[in-house]
Design a protein around this ligand. Structure first.
Ligand code: 48F
Length: 262
């Protein structure tokens, strides 16, 4: 097979990357919703917001999206969801089977599910800033009004050469989807603005319901979703099952949409 690629020089390729990145970064320096964390809850929230016409930017410290959604438990790449969350797998077009010994417990291929969720979120129009880590929050009149971010690589540099100032991005709402870390919530705790309980011990039967129930605006301007909800409210952990992550992401988007309408 002979292929003749379109002509483009090295510098033209560099310019294309810089121009497109700068255009998007400039536009999203001020946006409606910023989601910190691109795991299952953050991606789901991003998909729902973008498909409802909300301008949304997801900030992810890794170069890849998906968080803990690439695997089930330890090294096994089968993930579980409990009814009624299989409806979200249907929505994403992810195949699954019901585990023969437990009614309402479904198993899917984690790489397949994760790729489908990432695709759906990007297709819906959510924008991604990866390799960027939360450094701080923007706080205007006691309301979270954006985030301060730095390139993730900066934190890996020795302190004596890491004098790199971060930049700020403004938004009407920030969603903490950073999982067990609850990084955004912890920024407010460090300033003495709120107390958090820290995650409780494992109890899957209670945890999933409680995470969805407690997905809410935790501080003015800051909505929590996924395992960040557990850390913020001191709820039990749930281990390798993901229904509550997906449903909590959906609810976080609904909370933001309702508040944006006010
Ligand atoms: O950890 P993660 O998958 O959070 P989640 O959406 O889902 C939790 C489950 O994976 C699992 C569980 C229940 O099933 O217990 O653990 O709540 O995804 C969190 C994402 O946030 C990124 C991190 O790299 C991951 O992709 N993240 C965490 N801290 C920061 C961050 C930060 N400071 N800045 C940017 N991204």
């Amino acid at each position: 097979m002979t292929v003749k690629f379109a002509p483009a020089s090295e510098s033209q390729i560099t310019r294309a990357i810089v121009a497109e990145f700068a255009k998007e970064f400039e536009q999203y320096a001020k946006t409606e919703v910023i989601i910190v964390g691109g795991g299952p809850s953050g991606l789901m929230a991003g998909k729902e917001l973008a498909s409802n016409g909300v301008e949304v930017l997801i900030i992810e410290r890794n170069n890849y999206l998906g968080g803990g959604f690439w695997l089930g438990g330890v090294l096994m790449n089968k993930l579980t969801v409990r009814s009624p969350a299989e409806s979200i797998l249907d929505e994403l077009g992810v195949p699954y089977t019901e585990y023969s010994k437990v009614k309402g417990l479904y198993v899917a291929d984690a790489p397949h599910a994760c790729s489908k969720l990432i695709t759906a979120t990007c297709d819906a129009g959510a924008k991604i800033l990866n390799m960027a880590s939360l450094d701080d929050v923007v706080l205007h009149n006691e309301k979270v009004s954006g985030v301060v971010v730095n390139w993730s690589a900066v934190s890996a540099l020795p302190k004596e050469i890491a004098c790199v100032d971060p930049v700020s991005l403004e938004s009407k709402f920030v969603i903490d989807a950073t999982g067990h870390d609850a990084s955004v919530v912890k920024q407010l705790r460090e300033r003495g603005l709120l107390e958090i309980k820290g995650q409780g011990a494992m109890w899957v039967e209670r945890s999933e319901n409680l995470v969805v129930e407690h997905t809410s605006e935790f501080y003015p301007g800051l909505i929590v979703t996924g395992m960040a909800v557990s850390a913020a409210y001191g709820l039990p952990r749930m281990g390798p099952t993901f229904g509550a992550m997906l449903m909590s992401g959906k609810k976080a988007a609904e909370v933001a949409i309702e508040k944006l309408r006010v």
